[in-house]
Each structure stands twice: as structure tokens, then as C-alpha cells.
Design a protein around this ligand. Structure first.
Ligand code: AMP
Length: 188
């Protein structure tokens, strides 16, 4: 299985990604995790992206595409993988097609968790109700991430939809509800 899991911030994408990878014994590839690890290790990459991560903006396409190109070439990906948090722009989606083409591989599933904007906004607002200064900062970054998602990442779903490669999955309900729906698509 070679899966992309798309979905807005706050949709529960990370949790579902881990569940699918465990169930199907495939590698979990999260560009966000990879970059947070780089920041923690204070590598050259980490120093370059640390401020961008804090702001909720996107890291430049060239950087993430190179990261994914190297990661997908690693041996464990031969058994399958799930991409979590990549692609985040239409340019990344196109580059991914190129990288997979070079590797002689094709995606098996492009899944999108669907959660109405209104609900995502309510979740962000709730986080702010704690009222501390830190919570205010969090809310601001979360709202920024949602805006970035609408502006830059929504076109990724359109890209796959236009090619009839996208499967939309209802992201409302409990973790179990959503994972049952995802499994139905992966194992019909
Ligand atoms: P995530 O954990 O996937 O929400 O990612 C955390 C942060 O890492 C994002 O807000 C971006 O700054 C950066 N990031 C992760 N994946 C990508 C990507 N594919 N393209 C650009 N920036 C990314």
C-alpha cells in the first residue's frame, strides 16, 4: 500500500495515520515529524526551518520535496508507506508523481478526511478558552495554519480529484468511527 492521507489541521490525521501504518505494517512518513526532529537536532535543515514551523507557514517546496525524495528511496518504503502532511501544495503533488515515476511506483490510495470548516474553527476557539497568553499564541498559530491549508493545500485535493484519484472519507465522529471508515476504503 502506498497511501496519501490528506486533511485539514485538527481533523485527526496524525492519529489515523499511525493506526493505518500499524494495521498494515507500512512506514509512516510525516514531513512535520521529520522537520521537528531536524529542529531538535539543530541540524542545518533544522536551523533553516525552525522559525517557519513556529509561524504555521509552509517550508519551501524544494526543501520538503528533497526530503521526501531521499526518504522514499530508503529500503523500508519498499513494503509500502503512508504520507502524512505531504504533499501540502500542488507543486509538491506534481513533484511526488515524478519521484514515484522514477522509483517505478504508483500510489494505491489518496484519502482525504473531510471535516467542515465550521467545526475546525470551533475546535481552535475552544483551545483559546483556556485564556492564558500561551493559549492565545496557540490559537493564532492554529488559525494561521488553517488559512494556509485553505489557500495552499486545498488545491492538492483538487489535483487528485480532477484525475479521479481522490477518495473522500467523513472525518466526523470518534477515532474508531473514522478508522472504520478508512479501513472500508483500504480493505473493501
Ligand atoms: P505537521 O506536523 O504536518 O502539521 O507540520 C508542521 C509544520 O511543518 C507545518 O506547519 C509546516 O511549517 C511544516 N511542514 C510539514 N510538512 C510540510 C510540507 N509538506 N510542506 C511545507 N511545510 C511542511
Amino acid at each position: 500500500m502506498r497511501i496519501i492521507l490528506l486533511g485539514p489541521p485538527g481533523a485527526g490525521k496524525g492519529t489515523q495515520a499511525l493506526g493505518i501504518c500499524k494495521q498494515h505494517e507500512i512506514s509512516h512518513i510525516s514531513t512535520g515529524d521529520m522537520m521537528r526532529a531536524a529542529v531538535k537536532a539543530k541540524s542545518a535543515l533544522g536551523l533553516k526551518v525552525s522559525k517557519i514551523l513556529d509561524s504555521g507557514e509552509l517550508v519551501p517546496d524544494e526543501i520538503v520535496i528533497q526530503l521526501i525524495r531521499e526518504r522514499l528511496a530508503q529500503a523500508d518504503c519498499k513494503n509500502g508507506f503512508l504520507l502524512d502532511g505531504f504533499p501540502r501544495t500542488a507543486a509538491q503533488a506534481k513533484a511526488l508523481d515524478g519521484v514515484l515515476n522514477e522509483l517505478g511506483q504508483k500510489l494505491t490510495h489518496v484519502l482525504q478526511l473531510m471535516v467542515p470548516d465550521q467545526i475546525l474553527l470551533e475546535r481552535i476557539k475552544k483551545r483559546g478558552e483556556a485564556g492564558s497568553h500561551r493559549a492565545d499564541d496557540d490559537v493564532e498559530v492554529a488559525a494561521k495554519r488553517l488559512k494556509v491549508y485553505w489557500e495552499q493545500t486545498a488545491p492538492v485535493a483538487d489535483y487528485y480529484r480532477q484525475q479521479n484519484r481522490l477518495t473522500e472519507v467523513d472525518g466526523l465522529g470518534s477515532i474508531e468511527d473514522v478508522s472504520t471508515r478508512l479501513e472500508k476504503v483500504l480493505n473493501p
